[in-house]
Write a protein that binds this ligand. Sequence first.
Ligand SMILES: Nc1nc2c(c(=O)[nH]1)N[C@H]1C(S)=C(S)[C@@H](COP(=O)(O)O)O[C@H]1N2
Ligand SMILES: [Mo]
Length: 331
Amino acid sequence: MLIKIKKGWELPESAATSESTFLNRRSLLKGMAAGPILAATAGLVTGCDGESSQTAQAANNEPDPSANLYPVQRNLRYRLDRDETPEELATTYNNYYEFGSSKNIWQKAQALPLRPWTVKISGMVETPMEIGIDDLLAKMPLEERVYRHRCVEAWSMAVPYSGFALKDLVDMARPLGSAKYLKMVTFKDDSVASGQKAGWYPWPYVEGLTIEEATNELAFIATGLYGKPIPKQNGAPLRLAVPWKYGFKHVKGLVEFEFTDKRPVSFWEEIQASEYGFWANVNPEVSHPRWSQATERVLGQDERVPTLLYNGYGEFVADLYSNLKGERLFI
Ligand SMILES: Nc1nc2c(c(=O)[nH]1)N[C@H]1C(S)=C(S)[C@@H](COP(=O)(O)O)O[C@H]1N2
Ligand SMILES: [Mo]
């Protein structure tokens, strides 16, 4: 399936790009040490991701055995004040550094094989286990939720994910009382994900939540998108969706859930902790060090809209943070 779309809506991003280009040059000069590159300047850092050199690896197009699970029933508790983003935008404008630092990685991501796919549950749990993705999907009650998604780069979308509450996985894992955090880890295989050959990134991509956050009703594991299995570029077969947090927390291609008493250091935090912290809750009043977070560009729309505290999900999550005033909750 080849979708050719106009790139006009990508242009406003170039505003942010100019800043990061400047910083990228500096970090190049410093020998790649710090790479504050989320607002990507394709090709500059990895030297291999420009559109012109987009020679996708052989697509791995085996039929998805989970296709017959979808669509699933929509949970109407999570409503939106805005339209759903058109599917062809949400599935062709992505961040997935394993496949390159441009937004245009959807073809390259097709190289990822989705079966066999084993998920490991490890660390401080009653019974560590490994479970195949299809067994996991059969165990979990699937539903659809329309969620907003707000990238720290100040673009946003609203998409219907299918999947299950992360709490259901936590309950299945039965963590010990000593577990305070859940660390989530992306696959690592640089034979399909050429971005992982770039040795200056701390692969594999890792993210973390507190157990309280992970068991909050909003924390969701997405296995589907637009009533179908979730596309590879959006994080198949499993990705996190925590819509009150910036997009980089929404770790894709998950292979491991580790319960731990140590706060995980996430991928972007390791690269540039001053710009991408552990909590990363959306707040329009707390700027990124290099740009404002006050407004966002909705994919497919020309006008920017105001960004909301906790991305509009305060009623569900604000209480999680009432005793954490000393923490850097918003970056
Ligand atoms: N493994 C992994 N997960 C990732 C990323 C990544 O580069 N690698 N990018 C993150 C960022 S910055 C965003 S905004 C979202 C984008 O998700 P989408 O492509 O479905 O919009 O994925 C997040 N999850
Ligand atoms: Mo992002």
